[in-house]
Design a protein. Structure first.
Length: 147
């Protein structure tokens, strides 16, 4: 039996911030490179750099809005899948009674889509797990019933 837990969707503001950060991180070195490759012609570098920046921005925005996977309780383990990655943590390894809302920066894995929906689940041995279900309080109650 599987129980699917809906993840909190990423906020639109976070999508834009990630895309802009990625575009600036790649666009600035590209602009300098284009300036040097165009024999220090500012106009050519600005036009080509702007096209490069907006192209990278559009690609980064489309990647940042992609679905973030799903969280499920399946065969006595907490399972995160996104199509490429699958990660399972046995429920027996989790201290479900101590699960709480809020983020833990030292946790691993951190499956974060929205920090305001974070739920920290301590492990009996090792680092805690942080996930971001759509309804954090109901998720903790459901997890306690299943464990």
């Amino acid at each position: 039996m599987s129980t699917i837990i809906e993840l909190a969707p990423v906020s639109r503001r976070q999508d834009w911030e990630k895309a802009l950060a990625f575009a600036f991180a790649t666009g600035a070195p590209a602009l300098v490179s284009l300036y040097l490759l165009s024999d220090r012609n500012t106009l050519i570098a600005l036009i080509a750099g702007s096209v490069c920046f907006f192209g990278v921005f559009v690609v980064a925005l489309s990647i940042s809005t992609a679905t973030s996977g799903r969280l499920a309780v399946h065969k006595d383990q907490l399972l995160f899948t996104d199509g490429h990655l699958s990660l399972g943590v046995p429920l027996a390894d989790l201290d479900v009674a101590s699960a709480r809302t809020g983020d833990d920066p030292d946790a691993s894995p951190r499956l974060i889509t929205r920090p305001d929906h974070a739920v920290t689940i301590p492990r009996r041995a090792g680092r805690a797990v942080v996930v971001t279900p759509l309804h954090p309080v109901e998720f903790i109650e459901k997890l306690r019933r299943l464990a």
